[in-house]
Design a protein around this ligand. Structure first.
Ligand code: BV8
Length: 229
C-alpha cells in the first residue's frame, strides 16, 4: 500500500501560490493574522474575506500533470493508494482522484460553529449566509487553522503503519503533524521518497529525494510504479 502526502508545491504549477514562496505571506497576510482561531475571533471579516479570495481563485486554476498522474495511479491501484493532502484546493478531485484525505480541510466546504455541520460551499462567507443545516449565521471556512486538530488523524496514522511506501510531494516539511509522517512510516520499514523542487526541512528523513517540479517528476514516478506491478 502506498501513502502519498501532498503539499502546496503540487499545486504551484497550476498557479496556486505556495505559502513559503510568498515569503511566509498569503495574499500579503501573515499566518498569525489569518490562519488561527484567535485571528478569526479578533477579525472575522478579514479572515472570511481572505478565504473568500482564495476560494474565488479556484475558478482560475486547473490541475497539472502531477494531479492527473496521481489520479491515474489511484485508478490502477484502487484501494492500494491513500492520498493525504495538506492543500485546501480541489485540484486532486478535479483531476479525477476519488478519495482524497484533506487533513487541513477544504476551501469548498463551510463549517457551522453552532451545529458543527460541514456543508459543500462555493460562495463567499463574509456576508454571513445562514448554515444550510441549522439556519444560524455562524459559518466559518472549513479549514484547520494553526492550533486546531487536523482531520482524519486516526485513519492517516493507520495508513502510515500499514504502508510499504510513503511519498511526499511538494511540501516544505515545516508544519506538523504532516511533517512527522515520514518518520512514522520509515519506522515501520516503509520506503520513503521525497519529490520536491528544493531541499526541505524533512529531506534528511527520506530514503530517497528527487529534486524538480512535480509536474515532471510525479508522472515519471507513477510510470515507474505502474511498470513494476
Ligand atoms: C496540531 C490550512 C495538535 C489553512 C494549514 C512548534 C514546533 C513544532 C510544531 C508546532 C510548534 N508550535 C505549534 C506547532 C504545531 C503547528 C505547527 O506545525 N506549526 C509550525 C508552523 C511550527 N501545527 C498545528 O497547529 C496543527 N495542529 O498540531 O494539532 C495535534 C497534532 C496531532 C494530532 C492531534 C492534534 C495544524 C496545522 C494546520 C495549519 N493549517 N493550512 C490554510 O491553508 O489557510 S497549514 C498550511 O501551511 C498548509 O496547509 C500547509 O500545511 C502549510 C504550508 O506547507 P506546504 O504545503 O509544505 O507549503 P510550503 O509553501 O511550505 O512549501 C511548498 C514546498 O513545495 C516547498 O518546499 C517548495 O520548494 C516546493 N515546491 C514549490 N514549487 C514546486 C515545489 N515542489 C515541486 N514542484 C513544484 N513546482
Amino acid at each position: 500500500m502506498i501513502v502519498v502526502l501532498t503539499g502546496a508545491g503540487i499545486s504551484a504549477e497550476s498557479g496556486v501560490p505556495t505559502f513559503r514562496d510568498a515569503g511566509g505571506l498569503w495574499e500579503g497576510h501573515a499566518v498569525a493574522d489569518v490562519a488561527t482561531p484567535e485571528a478569526f475571533a479578533a477579525n472575522p471579516d478579514l479572515v472570511q474575506s481572505f478565504y473568500d479570495t482564495r476560494r474565488r481563485l479556484l475558478a482560475d486554476v486547473e490541475p497539472n500533470p502531477a494531479h492527473y498522474a496521481l489520479a491515474q495511479l489511484e485508478a490502477a491501484y484502487d484501494d492500494g493508494l491513500v492520498i493525504v493532502t495538506q492543500n485546501i484546493d480541489d485540484l486532486h478531485e478535479r483531476a479525477g482522484s476519488q478519495s482524497v484525505v484533506h487533513m487541513h480541510g477544504q476551501l469548498r466546504s463551510a463549517l457551522c460553529t453552532s451545529c458543527g455541520q460541514q456543508s459543500p460551499w462555493d460562495g463567499d462567507l463574509a456576508p454571513h449566509p445562514p448554515c444550510p443545516v441549522c439556519g444560524r449565521h455562524t459559518l466559518r471556512p472549513d479549514v484547520v487553522w494553526f492550533g486546531e486538530v487536523p482531520y482524519d488523524m486516526e485513519y492517516i496514522q493507520h495508513a502510515l503503519l500499514m504502508c510499504d511506501e510513503f511519498v511526499s510531494i511538494g511540501t516544505s516539511g515545516a508544519v506538523y503533524p504532516a511533517a512527522g509522517f515520514v518518520s512514522f512510516a520509515g519506522a515501520t520499514g516503509a520506503r520513503t521518497l521525497e519529490i520536491n523542487l528544493e531541499r526541505s526541512e524533512g529531506s534528511d528523513n527520506f530514503g530517497e529525494s528527487r529534486r524538480g517540479p512535480a509536474g515532471m517528476l510525479v508522472p515519471e514516478w507513477v510510470d515507474e510504479v505502474l511498470a513494476r506491478r
